[in-house]
Design a protein around this ligand. Structure first.
Ligand code: AMP
Ligand code: MG
Length: 324
């Protein structure tokens, strides 16, 4: 079965094509603001302006005709409303044009399922850390359960915010990582954990206040050490509670070397295995949506056009899982 997937929840418009055996293509364009964060209207303008170009590139890269596509999957949520709207319009159009099934998928679950497709993880405890989401998710008793999550800002968003204060453009995570590598020094601040949940807004505000008084690299390193330790501590507790032997790290922040180091060490100490998808599948991409669409389509899931409206707040634990 051939499935085309469309990702458009935030900064990235991505289209991928998969079947059971192969990933046929993974094409994307990322909106990069000149200044500030992601403005919904500007990001959605980027998506509709790039749509045709990306579809044409996908057409060239797949070795079969797009008319052979059996299903078109799209990110139905969660995400930025204006950006989601562009994705669903592309999806409806292609599904009608190619007489293909339409399948709305949950973006968070797609990050997890591309993680299990591209690694040897089977039923991992997932730490999903991206620009807009920070969650620890496990599949237990028929549903994906959110075991812990940020109570305020997402980890990627907090990194981007601190980076802006340090005068770096979006996305700031890689810049904070480079700065932090220059030092081992950390200063005292608040540890951003609340039970099984995380809370990054106080930490980022405190670090923003320290900019100018402390060296940039110390601010960056302190943020990373506190923020990542707290996330890995919550992940470890979730794994201990469910006796999980697999951790999966995904989302854009999963590209971070220090965070990977911490997850690896924690898993080694517990006798568990840590899995990291290839970088192109950690960041938002259309292929993960195509793959999630594929497993749902094979289980008979379909989305009628009249049910295809987007849901910017669609939580992974609200999804009725019919495919496992
Ligand atoms: P996503 O929303 O999953 O596409 O991820 C985007 C987020 O990943 C942004 O907030 C980036 O700052 C962050 N990010 C990308 N690379 C890194 C990195 N090497 N370290 C930390 N964060 C990163
Ligand atoms: Mg994402």
């Amino acid at each position: 079965m051939k499935v085309l997937g469309i990702e458009s929840t935030a900064h990235t418009l991505g289209i991928g094509v998969v079947d059971e055996d192969e990933i046929h293509c993974n094409v994307k364009s990322m909106f990069e603001p000149d200044e500030g964060g992601i403005h919904p209207r500007e990001a959605s303008e980027h998506h509709y302006q790039k749509a045709l170009q990306i579809i044409n590139e996908v057409d060239q890269k797949t070795e079969f005709e797009l008319s052979e596509i059996d299903a078109v999957a799209f990110s139905q949520g969660p995400g930025i409303q204006q950006c989601l709207e562009i994705g669903v319009v592309i999806a409806r159009t292609l599904a009608l044009k190619y007489s293909a099934e339409l399948i709305g998928v949950n973006h968070c679950l797609a990050h997890i399922s591309i993680g299990t497709r591209t690694t040897e993880a089977e039923n991992p405890t997932t730490l999903y850390v991206s620009g807009g989401n920070t969650q620890i998710v496990e599949f237990r008793s028929g549903r994906y359960r959110v075991i812990g999550e940020t109570l305020d800002t997402a980890l990627g968003n907090a990194l981007d915010k601190l980076a802006r204060k340090l005068s770096y453009p979006h996305p700031g995570g890689p810049e904070i990582e480079k700065l932090a590598e220059k030092t081992d020094e950390i200063i005292e601040t608040t540890y951003p954990i609340k039970g099984m949940d995380l809370s990054y807004s106080g930490l980022v505000t405190d670090m923003e206040r320290k900019v100018g008084d402390e060296k940039d690299e110390v601010v960056a390193n302190t943020f990373q050490e506190y923020a990542y330790s707290a996330a890995v501590e919550a992940l470890e507790r979730a794994m201990a509670q469910s006796q999980s032997s697999e951790a999966l790290l995904t989302g854009g922040v999963a590209m971070n070397t220090r965070l990977r180091e911490m997850v690896t060490k924690m898993c080694e100490e517990r006798g568990a295995k840590a899995y990291f998808p290839p970088p192109e599948y950690c960041m938002d991409n259309g292929t993960m949506i195509a793959h999630q669409g594929l497993i749902q389509a094979k289980a008979g899931d379909r989305t009628e056009i009249e049910d295809s409206q987007v849901d910017p707040n669609w939580r992974p634990d609200e999804v009725k899982v019919s495919w496992i």
